[in-house]
Design a binder for this molecule. Structure first.
Ligand code: GLU
Length: 145
């Protein structure tokens, strides 16, 4: 079962997210990832297949800098437990970054429509259709809410 954690505040988000994910490890998972928003709108995504310790090791002591972010431990339903399929997932431009718990039942239908309209996918997950779908609607002038 996956775990999701989020943080917005004045402290460094990355260590809080990693700590939160560690508290969720008991639920079981196959990969883990975080996205941290830094100043000036930049967002750093880091993920790893396997244990949370693999993610921490991949950071090499360099925690992404920023005071808000999201984290995820994945329990695969659609797509293998790989680096590419680990969350967070992004849209084409890297502006919409999401983590998700559950299943998008109609993801194949949505994915076909998105592929037909030019979106490119990095993963095999059902989750990734949502970042591209949000991207599509934002491009059509809708606001995020
Ligand atoms: N269905 C999504 C996936 O396979 C989310 C799985 C989960 O809840 O961790 O990536």
């Amino acid at each position: 079962m996956c775990g999701i954690v989020g943080y917005v505040g004045s402290r460094m988000a990355a260590s809080i997210l990693l700590d939160g994910l560690a508290h969720l490890e008991y639920r079981g998972y196959d990969s883990a990832g975080i996205a941290v928003a830094g100043s000036g709108g930049s967002v750093t995504v880091r993920k790893a297949a396997g244990k949370l310790s693999a993610l921490v090791e991949s950071l090499n002591g360099e925690l992404p800098v920023g005071s808000s972010g999201i984290g995820h431990t994945r329990w695969a339903t659609h797509g293998r437990p790989t680096f590419e399929n680990a969350h967070p997932h992004t849209d084409c431009a890297g502006n919409v970054i999401i983590v998700h718990n559950g299943i998008v039942e109609n993801y194949l239908e949505l994915k076909k429509e998105l592929l037909d309209s030019g979106h490119t996918f990095e993963s095999e997950t059902d989750t990734e259709v949502m970042s591209h779908l949000i991207e599509l609607h934002l491009a059509e002038g809708e606001n995020f809410e």
